[in-house]
Write a protein that binds this ligand. Sequence first.
Ligand code: BMA
Length: 310
Amino acid sequence: MPGRRGPDLLHRWEGNPIITLEDIPFRCNTVFNGSSVKIGDEYLILLRVEGQQGYSFFALARGDDGYHFDVDPEPVLLPEKNGPFAKYETRGLEDPRITLIDGVYYILYSVASSYGTRIAIAKTHDFQRYERIAIISEPGNKDGVLFPEKIKGRYARLDRPLGSYNVGCIWISYSDDLIHWGHHEPVIMPRSGYWDADRIGASVPPIKTEKGWLEIYHGFKMTASGPIYRMGAVLLDLDDPAKVIARSDDAILSPREKYERIGDVNNVVFACGAIVEPNNEVKIYYGGADTCLCVATVNIDRLIEVIIEV
Ligand code: BMA
């Protein structure tokens, strides 16, 4: 909406936060980042929950309006204790991102262990049963998001390998089978002096629009009291998403409210999922200060206009 007042382009829901520790029916330390899907009229959010041991796993929240949710009584995906994946999951499962392709919900997430952080892929048809498929990156990589369709015949993903000098930037890779990935190429870099100066990563799985792939990403700038995590947006070419068409100069959401400022990690807004409604409103689900889940909205055409007009 032209003329919207206030520092942030996104509009925070007045009832934020939408999920806090009090909403979790089992004992845990904190709940934060989550990825969303809408199936018919039902909204589901796969949540990152951190247990009292200190590692994370996933729980499922359900609702019928996108704002009010109930969390299932038990976690839905825990680190494996046995089997081929176990040794890569000893420090937990983090930051799920859901993408629907041909009726299957694929979940990219980070697995953490003393070997480092890697990206894993699992699938589900119903959010009741989950099947691990493979671990699909080397250590030092996270923030994997899968495109919702093949591009020139291959699956595509964005991810965030930590390159030299510990600088994280967003890369693209391609695969024929979702398991073996290659043709890696950097796509989006941090920008010196900007809000996303020191590290960036993909946040929401790319959303197809007429103007290009919309990628809502996160970035941080280091300050004397630690990083400030903000949200931004870019448009990538539909046929060749390694090409950036346009990028917002400004962050679209910055931590300002108390629930974004103060928590287990201060000054964080961190999205893992979004839903585009039939009226073109995008609901973006994001963790606040690693201590709660929140939602903010924006009209998708307005968002694209802002990215392009820079
Ligand atoms: C990132 C991820 C997120 C987290 C953020 C802020 O590296 O681990 O899950 O929300 O840091 O702590």
